[in-house]
Design a protein around this ligand. Structure first.
Ligand code: RIB
Ligand code: CA
Length: 311
C-alpha cells in the first residue's frame, strides 16, 4: 500500500486529540510529524500534549518545536473551553521522549523535501507555524501537495460574530497561507456542522471499551456537557470532522471560492471572507467545505474505536 505522507499541525486540545487518534488508526497514513502551536491553551500545554499523545497513540513521528504566539496579534487562548491543560482536565502521563531538535517550520520543510512534492498538511490550530514556514522557505509552495485546514467559516463565527477561533488567533498567518497558491480545503464551522453528533451518538461512540476509552470518554462527556451548557443541540467535533475529510475526501462536498481573511477590522477581525456566490470576479483559491457525509464520518470514528481494541 502506498502510504500518504502527512504532517499534522495542531493545538491539542480536546478535539485535536480525537483527530490525532483517527489519524493514528488509519494505516494508509504515514504521519511524519505532529507540530504543536499555541492556540487552545498556551504553547507549554499544547506542546506537552503533543508529546504525550504521540506516546499514547504509539506513533513514531517527529514533534517539532512550534510557535509560542501569533505572528502579530496578541496571544489569546481558549482555556475556558478546553479545560486546564487543554484536555478537558484529563492528564496524560509525562512523555519520556523529547521534541525534535528542529523548529516546526523546519520540520515541515524537511519532510516536504523528503516527500518530494507528495506531502500533505492537516492544520487543526492557528496557522502560525505554516506561515513561518512559507516565509522562511518560499519553495514550500511547490512542495506541499494540499492543505486540509480546520478553520474559518462562510457564516457565523465562534470567537467573534464572524471569526472562527483558529483563524481569529492568527489572521495574518491565515492571510499568508491563503495567498500561497497551495491547494487548500477549508473545513469551517458551517460545513463541519453537517456532522454534528447528539449526546447519545457521542457516548455510543466514545464510551466503547478500548485502550483509549479513558481519554475518549472523558473528552466526549467534557465536550457534551460544555455544549449542552451553551444550549447547543449537539456537538461538532471540528478537528475530527476535518481529519475525516482529509482521510476520506469522498465524504466531503466543497465549493471552490475566492477566500480572504480580515486582518484590520475591529468588528470582524479574523473573519474568513468567503465569496460563496462568486460575486468578486476573483479566481477561487480555497475549496470551502459545504457538508460532509455524517453516516460515513460516524462509521470512520466507530472503526477508530475498534482499532484501539487491538492496537
Ligand atoms: O474553532 C474550532 C477550532 O479551534 C478547533 O480546532 C479547536 O481545537 C480550536 O483549536
Ligand atoms: Ca484545534
Amino acid at each position: 500500500m502506498t502510504k500518504r505522507p502527512v504532517v499534522i499541525d495542531c493545538d491539542p486540545g480536546v478535539d485535536d486529540t480525537l483527530a490525532l487518534m483517527l489519524a493514528a488508526s488509519t494505516p494508509s497514513l504515514d504521519i511524519r510529524a505532529i507540530n504543536p502551536v499555541a492556540g487552545n491553551v498556551g504553547y507549554a500545554s499544547t506542546s506537552q500534549n503533543a508529546l504525550r499523545l504521540r506516546d499514547l497513540l504509539g506513533l513514531d513521528c517527529r514533534v517539532g518545536r512550534g510557535a509560542t504566539q501569533p505572528l502579530i496579534a496578541p496571544p489569546r487562548d481558549a482555556g475556558e473551553i478546553h479545560g486546564t491543560g487543554g484536555l478537558g482536565g484529563y492528564h496524560l502521563p509525562a512523555s519520556t521522549r523529547d521534541f525534535d531538535p528542529d523548529y516546526a517550520w523546519d520540520v515541515l520543510y524537511q519532510e516536504a523535501k523528503r516527500a518530494n512534492g507528495s506531502l500533505e498538511l492537516v492544520t487543526l490550530g492557528p496557522l502560525t507555524n505554516v506561515a513561518i514556514a512559507l516565509l522562511r522557505y518560499p519553495e514550500l509552495r511547490q512542495l506541499i501537495k494540499k492543505i486540509t485546514c480546520m478553520g474559518g467559516t462562510a457564516h457565523q463565527g465562534n470567537t467573534n460574530v464572524y471569526a472562527e477561533f483558529n483563524i481569529f488567533i492568527d489572521p495574518h498567518a491565515c492571510d499568508i497561507v491563503f495567498r500561497s497558491g497551495i491547494p487548500i480545503a477549508m473545513c469551517g464551522l458551517d460545513g463541519n456542522d453537517s456532522c454534528m453528533l447528539t449526546g447519545e451518538e457521542m457516548f455510543r461512540l466514545f464510551d466503547q471499551p478500548s485502550r483509549v476509552t479513558p481519554v475518549t470518554s472523558h473528552i466526549a462527556h467534557f465536550i457534551h456537557e460544555r455544549n449542552t451548557g451553551w444550549g447547543l443541540p449537539g456537538s461538532t467535533i471540528h478537528d475530527l470532522v476535518t481529519m475525516a475529510c482529509f482521510i476520506a475526501p469522498e465524504i466531503a462536498v466543497y465549493e471552490p471560492c475566492y477566500t480572504t481573511c480580515e486582518t484590520r477590522s475591529t468588528l470582524s477581525f479574523g473573519q474568513t471572507v468567503v465569496d460563496l456566490y462568486h460575486v468578486s470576479g476573483k479566481p477561487p483559491n480555497v475549496d470551502v467545505l459545504l457538508r460532509a457525509d455524517k453516516q460515513v464520518y460516524y462509521t470512520m470514528v466507530n472503526n477508530m474505536m475498534a482499532y484501539f481494541t487491538t492496537h
